[in-house]
Write a protein that binds this ligand. Structure first.
Ligand code: NAI
Length: 255
């Protein structure tokens, strides 16, 4: 059977202003999808939108904090109205806080869980009706190898582990309706997030990356495009039999 995709369709990528989200947005656009580029500030989405339009595809900058229910609902409605029904969602927006259990404040815990876990839930809930209407959809959720435990980042690791539960459950609930749900768990991917970690550890970014690469079986650090390739596959028609999986994009086995 030839894999099919709906005629009218679009993708939403959260946290797409920079880093992994920007690479995923550019790649999905290359694959023929109009892309809603969602991030906290519309102005920050300009570079991603510009790159997509320069390549001849359609993109829309949409301002939304994924932790805010109404903002997410509005963002999804705007993308549906201006680009077409979102049949692909990439839950990528995320923040990390470095603190062990005893040093994590309740406010920090709540904020990390709100962005990383609640944000993915809100975006999936707002987007799923469009996928169910189309009888086709792809939800790709960016978790992390930290989901397996990450001393010193208790809120982040907990939120990312929660995303695996979300991804599995959506696979079971939505699979019968043509909608798949998978997670990508990246390892070290060079972005602003890893540069911030280097600064926190008092390391030069290049040195931090060199040390990370030495501990990775393929002996290099990841690039945002490594995650984008995996997301493009999971979002494709050809991935219709891949559902409820966590794909580690980490240069080696994890877990
Ligand atoms: P980044 O910090 O470079 O980019 C994150 C993007 O998300 C930014 O554009 C930011 O403005 C946006 N964002 C943050 N809070 C938001 C909110 N409340 N609403 C909407 N957008 C929001 O980070 P990076 O490295 O590109 O990370 C992307 C995802 O990949 C995150 O979920 C992160 O946890 C995950 N990840 C990253 C790894 C890495 O090594 N860089 C490893 C494993 C997972």
């Amino acid at each position: 059977m030839t894999p099919h995709t709906p005629r009218r369709r679009s993708a939403i990528v959260t946290g797409a202003a920079r880093g992994i989200g920007a690479a995923v947005a550019r790649r999905l656009a290359q694959d023929g999808l109009p892309v809603g580029v969602v991030d906290v500030r519309e102005v920050d989405c300009a570079a991603t939108v510009e790159a997509i339009r320069a390549a001849g595809a359609r993109a829309l900058a949409v301002e939304a904090d994924v932790a805010h229910e109404a903002a997410v609902a509005d963002a999804v409605a705007r993308v549906a109205a201006e680009l077409g029904p979102p049949t692909v969602l990439v839950n990528n927006a995320g923040i990390a806080r470095a603190a062990s259990l005893v040093d994590t404040t309740t406010e920090e815990w709540d904020r990390v869980l709100a962005v990383d876990l609640r944000g993915a839930f809100l975006a999936a809930r707002a987007t799923a009706p469009h996928m169910l209407d189309a009888g086709w959809g792809r939800i790709v959720t960016v978790s992390s190898v930290s989901a397996h435990g990450d001393p010193g980042r208790v809120s982040y690791a907990s939120a990312k582990a929660g995303l695996h539960g979300l991804a599995y459950t959506l696979a079971l609930e939505l699979g019968p309706h043509g909608v798949t749900s998978n997670a990508i768990a990246p390892g070290f991917i060079a972005t602003a997030m890893t540069a911030a970690t280097a600064r926190r550890l008092g390391r030069d970014v290049a040195e931090h990356e060199r040390l990370a690469a030495a501990a990775i079986p393929v002996r290099r650090i990841g690039r945002p495009e490594d995650v984008a390739h995996a997301a493009a596959f999971l979002a494709s028609a050809e991935a219709g039999f891949v559902n409820g999986q966590v794909l580690h994009v980490a240069g080696g086995p994890v877990g």
